[in-house]
Ligand binder design. Structure first.
Ligand code: BGC
Length: 509
């Protein structure tokens, strides 16, 4: 019984595969979707602190900002300003639902291509915006791009990567997110000195990675899984041989075929996703994204310039400080790309708890923070950001992309992506208001969540390192001390076992 023996072996059934140049190049190109996403995250904070931008679109905030006695915590508290940042994420939630069907029906590659077109349209609209409506329309287009890109890219990478390298390759998506954030802040730093249209350059700059993604995506290949899913068996076999760099891919090929055979019996993936035997993946996939956002990372990413201004740095100083924290983010994520083969889930818990070191610092309402304390805050923020970059950042995207069985993969990943977008929206929309009312207490709020998620990771997050993507059920979930109870007597599980028990020649036909 292949299913059982593989489960009993507890590991080792790796398929023959090399890390080929094809896989590497396809990963980097696709990860440009992450760069686009990161650019959007990073650009809004800097732009919303530029006077020219505020004066044109948010005159009330502009006036409030320049009132000498305005409360430090509340000077940017404006629902419309927050809507500018958060509207992108609302669009991303809706579009990732559409993208989950698109991804299944047309493949991962066209979904990535569609993302680049929306990104491009959004960048053009934003750069040319003459009123708030046009500005928000541009953000909505970018949001659709993010929905399509974030739905397809992590799945794409997880499906083309050999199991052994899946973690490191998938983290390239997160790496390019962080590079996008850094580039955005560097551009903001330069354009803040260009009056009165520096903000147009910042927002229009999103077009560059969108064009790179659009052209680059012509060169990537579709994943074997998606080709098989759409009945293109010969092409799938050819692609699999090419990306694995070995001739003998029969075992992996037949395993994907098995997964597809089972997936075909599932007519309603969304309904199936709600069944008891899919609950462990659904819970972990979505909860992980919830936790990722409730680390409070985007408070730093979106509002670092605003936060630094609140602490009394001038507008140059605040953008520079953001560049410092963003560089820490990039370097720490790079470390994660190479070290993820040695630590995994165990690391997530420890690092997330240690990133708690970013403790709250009290700031008086109207005065500027003393230089020493302000520097300390920047250092603590860097500690926090690197903790995130080693844990919830990359794993938040990687784990949901690899834990769902094929029959519910697109649907399940949709829940993960949209949970991420929804929580990002909540944080983006509510943070400035929360800062205004909770004051430094807001940092305790996020710190408490970090403790909860660390405990969750220790007890409920299974180890997925090195397990082939279509073997997760057998080797991960059914063996976990808690989640295994969800598999007893499940119908789909019996069918999965029957398919796996078939002799290999039969399933290869
Ligand atoms: C998150 C983003 C965050 C970024 C920071 C990503 O994994 O999804 O919301 O801004 O990491 O590096």
């Amino acid at each position: 019984m292949p299913g059982l023996s593989m489960a009993e072996s507890g590991g080792g059934r790796d398929f023959p595969a090399k890390l080929t140049l094809q896989v590497f190049i396809c990963t980097i190109i696709a990860a440009f979707g992450g760069l686009m996403f990161g650019y959007d995250i990073g650009i809004s904070g800097g732009v919303t602190s530029m006077d020219d931008f505020l004066e044109k679109f948010f005159p009330a905030v502009y006036l409030k900002k320049h009132e000498a006695r305005e409360d430090n915590y509340c000077k940017y508290d404006n629902q419309f300003l927050q809507l500018f940042t958060s509207s992108l994420y609302l669009a991303a939630i809706v579009s990732s639902f559409i993208a989950s069907f698109f991804c299944k029906r047309f493949g991962r590659k066209p979904t990535i291509q569609a993302a680049s077109i929306f990104f491009l349209a959004g960048a053009v609209l934003n750069a040319a915006a003459v009123d708030l409506g046009m500005l928000i329309a541009g953000r909505l287009c970018l949001g659709v791009g993010v929905g399509f890109g974030n739905q397809a890219v992590p799945l794409f990478i997880s499906e083309i990567a050999p199991a052994k390298y899946r973690g490191g390759l998938n983290i390239c998506f997160q790496l390019l997110i962080t590079i996008g954030i850094l580039i955005a802040n560097l551009i903001n730093y330069a354009t803040s000195k260009v009056h009165p249209y520096g903000w147009r350059i910042s927002l229009g700059g999103a077009a560059a990675p969108a064009i790179i993604l659009a052209i680059g995506s012509l060169a990537i290949m579709e994943t074997p899984t998606s080709l098989l899913e759409r009945g293109k068996n010969e092409e799938a076999l050819r692609v699999l041989r090419k990306i694995r760099g070995v001739e003998n891919v029969d075992k992996e090929y037949s395993e994907i075929l098995n997964a597809i055979e089972l997936a075909k019996q599932v007519k309603h993936p969304y309904r199936n996703l709600m069944s008891r035997s899919n609950r462990p993946q659904l819970i972990c996939g979505t909860v992980l994204q919830f936790f990722q956002q409730f680390t409070g990372i985007n408070v730093v990413m979106f509002y670092a310039p605003v936060l630094f201004q609140t602490m009394g740095y001038g507008s140059d100083g605040s953008l520079l400080s953001a560049v410092v924290t963003d560089s820490v983010n990039v370097v720490s994520t790079l470390v994660a790309v190479f070290s993820c083969r040695y630590y995994w889930k165990k690391g997530i818990a420890h690092r997330s708890l240690s990133s708690d070191a970013c403790c709250p610092v009290h700031l008086k309402s109207t005065n500027v923070m003393p230089g020493g304390s302000a520097k300390l805050v920047v250092i603590l923020i860097c500690v926090f950001v690197s903790g995130f970059a080693w844990s919830w950042g990359p794993l938040g995207w990687l784990i949901p992309s690899e834990i769902f069985p094929l029959e519910t993969r697109s649907a399940g990943f949709f829940f993960a992506v949209s949970m991420n977008m929804f929580c990002t929206f909540l944080v983006a929309q509510a943070f400035l208001t929360m800062l205004c009312h909770l004051r430094s207490g807001i940092f305790f709020f996020f710190a408490a969540w970090i403790v909860v998620m660390g405990i969750f990771a220790i007890f409920f997050l299974p180890e997925t390192k090195g397990i082939p993507i279509d073997e997760m059920n057998e080797r991960v979930w059914k063996k976990h001390w808690f989640w295994k109870r969800y598999y007893k007597g499940s119908e789909i599980n019996k069918r999965r076992q029957e398919i796996q028990d078939k002799p290999e020649e039969e399933s290869l036909e």
